[in-house]
Ligand binder design. Structure first.
Ligand code: CA
Length: 664
């Protein structure tokens, strides 16, 4: 979510619930067990249920029959649990309850709370209200045991992220998918639009991206899973953090179905050479009064204001307290669970600025101990003001203190397209002067660089990345207008050809820098969202990619495909290290607005020249004298080379980029 209030999901009354504990310090002192969180254990001839609730008066587990023939099981029994060490309550049944349903109920000050599936349910039924004792191995698809062997790590600078929502990607008729808006759409090999051009998985293969970033795919609250009509929501409203969302499965009532299909999708993406990034939203829950956290241990998992009301750094009515030992443990173990059980390759932290630095570093250490090369990035901001000193939070300004975790580079994004808080204002791409330094800041990957005039950078007066791979390089994402809409809003009356030229120029800046490039699904074919800025619950008619766009903007698509190839083939875009970038990347003195030119020498002696000309006139630029192979020129791009150029003065066409390199 973007850094603005986003309170539509939450009723204000939930903010007014008073602290049940009168002494907030006491919350920090709750005992926390060392053993991993495990709310059910299936033994050969027993089943143990466990729930952490150190201050509860009583806790019970309600047992239900298994899901069968389309029906949820009947209530069987409710059993009081016994309190043990570290606030753990347990109950052991003397048989193996595979597939049985269960919920927990806690009692505080004589009042029984509503039923909850617990904080760490691994399987749930319809709308996530009841948990199930699944034997997780039974959900593994074919080839799952060897899946990770086919999935080799990739250095961060070679990661190319494609951000997509399941419905956007495959629900429109024009996508040609059988499984519209479902996990399984990403297992369909050959789909195409009406004109026969590839869509879906085959489209991603052509594009050459490496990481498929899925918008929230854990179980979220805002879509009724029993509704067959295909309600839409981005899904930034967490319900059960450790279970896939039901509405993207073919049967949301069957607890095993969503899990099996999610794994099938991951397996298929891995076999197709892609890595999978999960969008995780630990910073807030859908509501607070009825959240699984609150029904388990009231107030513990959230931050509060001095008056006892819930803090609201998320803009959604609450913010979680990552610094509390059990919340930190929960986040670390949740991430590890997705890594191990679902073979996830990366995590995008929503409103990462709400979490504390220590927790993010602990997550990185825990992840590295399990799997190499896992990409972690996040939004280095909050939506409101978190109840924690900013210097302790995983804000963008503090990213250098967080080992190998990246933040979104909004300096580059807004330097290219215009500010996040005013859709009508354009920037560099539409020829408005004054944004050059913000773009340069982003091109070097937000590391210190002598050629960047920090006084003129839009948001940051200090470089914030320790390495360039700590910056995500982008011009648009699901938040705000997509690229086509933003270009239309800031360049009224522009022809289709001009919009394509501007989109090409913007994407060239995204790919020909040192940060990790990121594309919002459909920008590569100039899809629009009919001008809707915050489409989080807009219908399919706004959000779904109309794949006819690929036919209409094939030229742009081909161009972006070549940008991906060029980036992956040249070391110049993989310098990573701040000192190396300082030594090898130099901006040329163009002395002109809307014109940025730079050279990058790689350590094989190749010299890359990049010129971005946002003027509506051709510009002449002096470059180091040499013999160059031209890769990008006047709206055309080819990784094999378009032509040769010899000399030291190049002409760069209006609203276009030039990329060329010379060999030693
Ligand atoms: Ca759900």
């Amino acid at each position: 979510m973007e850094k603005r209030l986003f309170s539509t999901l939450v009723s204000l009354s939930s903010l007014m619930i008073p602290l049940q504990s009168q002494n907030p310090l006491a919350l920090d002192n709750y005992p926390v067990p060392v053993a991993p969180i495990n709310e059910y254990v299936l033994g050969d001839d027993y089943t143990t249920f466990q729930l952490w609730a150190p201050t509860a008066d009583s806790v019970k587990v309600n047992l239900y029959g298994e899901y069968k023939d389309g029906q949820q099981g009947e209530w069987i029994a409710s059993e009081l649990m016994e309190k043990g060490e570290c606030g753990m309550w347990t109950f052991t049944a003397n048989r193996r309850l595979t597939n049985a349903g269960y919920t927990f109920q806690t009692c505080y000050q004589g009042k029984w709370n509503e039923e909850t599936p617990g904080i760490f349910a691994k399987a749930v039924g319809l709308n996530g209200r009841r948990a199930y004792c699944l034997d997780m191995q039974s959900t593994d698809p074919e080839g799952w045991n060897t899946d990770e062997l086919d999935n080799k790590p990739l250095p961060f600078s070679y990661n190319v992220i494609y951000e997509m929502h399941f419905r956007d990607f495959s629900a429109d008729e024009s996508a040609g998918n059988k499984y519209k808006g479902k996990y399984l759409a990403l297992t369909e090999e050959t789909t195409h639009n009406k004109e026969g051009l590839s869509t879906g998985l085959a489209h991603l293969r052509e594009l050459g991206v490496t990481h498929i970033h899925l918008l929230p795919s854990f179980d979220y609250a805002s879509v009724d899973e029993s509704n067959k009509q295909g309600q839409y929501n981005w899904g930034y409203d967490p319900l059960n953090y450790n279970v896939p969302e039901g509405s993207y499965s073919t049967n949301a009532s069957d607890p095993a179905c969503r899990i099996r299909e999610f794994k099938q999708m991951v397996r298929h993406l891995h076999q197709s050479g892609f890595k999978v990034v999960l969008d995780v939203v630990y910073n807030h829950t859908f509501d607070v009064g009825g959240s699984n956290f609150q029904l388990t241990v009231p107030d513990y998992f959230y931050r509060h204001n001095a008056d006892g009301s819930f803090a609201n750094g998320s803009g959604c009515g609450n913010e979680t307290a990552s610094e509390r030992p059990m919340m930190r443990k929960f986040m670390i173990e949740s991430v590890l669970y997705w890594l191990k059980e679902y073979h996830i390759d990366g995590f995008r932290f929503d409103l990462m600025g709400i979490h504390d630095i220590e927790t993010m570093n602990a997550i990185r250490r825990a992840v590295d101990a399990v799997k190499p090369g896992v990409l972690i990035y996040g939004e280095g901001w909050a939506a409101g003001s978190p109840q924690m000193p900013e210097k302790l939070l995983a804000m963008k300004a503090n990213v250098a203190q967080i080992n190998s975790i990246a933040a979104f580079g909004d300096e580059l994004r807004d330097g290219l397209r215009g500010p996040w808080d005013n859709d009508a204002n354009g920037a560099f791409v539409v020829g408005i002067p004054g944004h050059e330094e913000s773009i340069k800041f982003g091109l070097v990957g937000a590391v210190p660089h002598p050629d960047v005039n920090l006084d003129q950078v839009n948001y940051s007066k200090k470089p914030w990345a320790a390495k360039a791979t700590q910056m995500i390089s982008y011009v648009s994402c699901h938040d705000d207008m997509c690229l086509a809409d933003r270009l239309k809003a800031t360049k009224p009356g522009a022809s289709v050809q001009e919009l394509e030229r501007l989109a090409k120029l913007a994407e060239t800046a995204v790919f020909m820098g040192q940060g990790i490039p990121f594309i919002f699904a459909g920008d590569e074919i100039l899809r629009d969202k009919k001008g809707v800025h915050n489409s989080y619950n807009s219908p399919d008619s706004i959000n779904c990619i109309p794949w006819g766009c690929k036919t209409a903007h094939k030229d742009l698509f081909d161009y972006v495909c070549q940008l991906v190839k060029i980036r992956q083939q040249h070391l110049a875009f993989h310098l990573v290290d701040a000192q190396t970038i300082n030594e090898r990347m130099h901006f040329l003195p163009t002395k002109m607005s809307n014109l940025i030119a730079y050279t990058i020498e790689d350590n094989n002696g190749e010299c890359m020249v990049v010129v971005l000309n946002a003027n509506n006139k051709p510009k002449n630029v002096v470059v180091p004298k040499g013999e160059y192979q031209v890769l990008v020129k006047d709206g055309k791009a080819s990784a094999h080379g378009l032509s040769m150029f010899k000399g030291n003065r190049v002409n760069v066409e209006p609203q276009s980029a030039l990329v060329m390199f010379s060999r030693p």
